[in-house]
Write a protein that binds this ligand. Sequence first.
Ligand SMILES: Nc1c(NC[C@H](O)[C@H](O)[C@H](O)CO)[nH]c(=O)[nH]c1=O
Ligand SMILES: CC(=O)[C@@H](O)COP(=O)(O)O
Length: 156
Amino acid sequence: MPHIKTIEGQLQAQGLKFTIIATRFNDFIVDRLTGGAVDYLLRHGAVREDITIIRVPGAFELPIVASKAAKAGKSDAIICVGAVIRGATPHFDYVCSEATKGIAHVALETGVPVGFGLLTTDTLEQSIERAGSKAGNKGVEAAAAALETLRVLQQM
Ligand SMILES: Nc1c(NC[C@H](O)[C@H](O)[C@H](O)CO)[nH]c(=O)[nH]c1=O
Ligand SMILES: CC(=O)[C@@H](O)COP(=O)(O)O
């Protein structure tokens, strides 16, 4: 059988620099996402000195700050965390759409992997479930995805 070349990212964070960008909006949820991301990185070999946390007002501001962080060249990977919870008006859709598109754009434009740890939920309960309770922790998932993607990109 011919050999199939396979590229997979190792989940080793030793020697890597990370920037976590976290919203102040819904901070009681977002602090759990941030903590999950930090804990994941430390457990996989990163050191505290190589992790920077930047706080922004809300999800809408995540892309511009992620863009500056990526272009500054001091981060191997970026992790965005936040929580947008549906209100009574279409505001939710606009905030989610721009944050999502903007974060994806930063990664594609700069080549720096950006983990997407932004909760977009219909209810507060759904956010709580995804911030370290019964449905896991999306901050952890975003940190893991950013690290794995970085390790894949390094082999290409
Ligand atoms: N409603 C939520 C927001 N809204 C605020 C915007 O993100 C933005 O900060 C404001 O419009 C000023 O530009 N942000 C969240 O992160 N979560 C929400 O539920
Ligand atoms: C997520 C939102 O946009 C939000 O909390 C705003 O609520 P509303 O639509 O009731 O103004």
